[in-house]
Design a protein around this ligand. Structure first.
Ligand code: CTP
Ligand code: ZN
Length: 151
């Protein structure tokens, strides 16, 4: 039995976000708009031992099967994350997160005078201009941004 299994049991149905960078679990939940209000069990483990990463965070979201367009929202926050879809205790799909073409309502533009930070009811849209290394740009004010400025 691995160290990890000692702290978090296996789930029957749902999505396991594994290999989340240490300390990023709560930001991942926020980016996915997961707040527990739908009543499903959500388990968060932080600082779990990992051979690959040294330490990692893990999130288990029961009874929800996150689509790539959902899990890709976390690509800057947890670039090494793996999304595992579990059905009847088996991993039926395993995929890496990928940087999407844009982030909608995941990050706020750090420019305080940007129109997206006014009281206008508009989405926060950050376009990806280059994926490797990730280079981003606010759709509204055009400011070029690095992942560190957004997370
Ligand atoms: N998992 C779970 N419940 C299950 C099956 C798997 O919570 N019924 C979790 C495992 O604990 C692990 C993740 O889902 O955190 C992926 O499972 P698995 O592919 O079996 O693990 P590894 O082979 O270690 O994955 P990887 O190769 O991605 O490191
Ligand atoms: Zn802006």
């Amino acid at each position: 039995m691995s160290e990890e299994q000692l702290v978090v049991r296996k789930i029957k149905e749902g999505t396991v976000l594994d290999h989340v960078e240490q300390g990023r679990a709560l930001k991942v939940l926020e980016a996915l708009n997961i707040d527990g209000k739908d009543g499903n069990v959500v388990t968060v483990a932080m600082n779990v031992f990992s051979k690959k990463l040294g330490k990692k965070d893990i999130i288990k979201i029961e009874n929800r099967f996150l689509k790539p367009e959902e899990t890709n929202r976390i690509a800057l926050i947890a670039p090494k994350a793996t999304a595992n879809l579990i059905r009847n205790y088996q991993v039926v799909e395993k995929r890496k997160v990928e940087i999407p073409d844009k982030f909608v309502d995941v990050f706020k533009c750090p420019n305080p005078t940007c129109i997206s930070n006014s009281n206008e009811p508009i989405s926060h849209i950050i376009d990806v201009v280059k994926k490797d290394p990730p280079t981003l740009k606010c759709r509204y004010c055009g400011r070029l941004l690095s992942p560190n400025e957004l997370i």
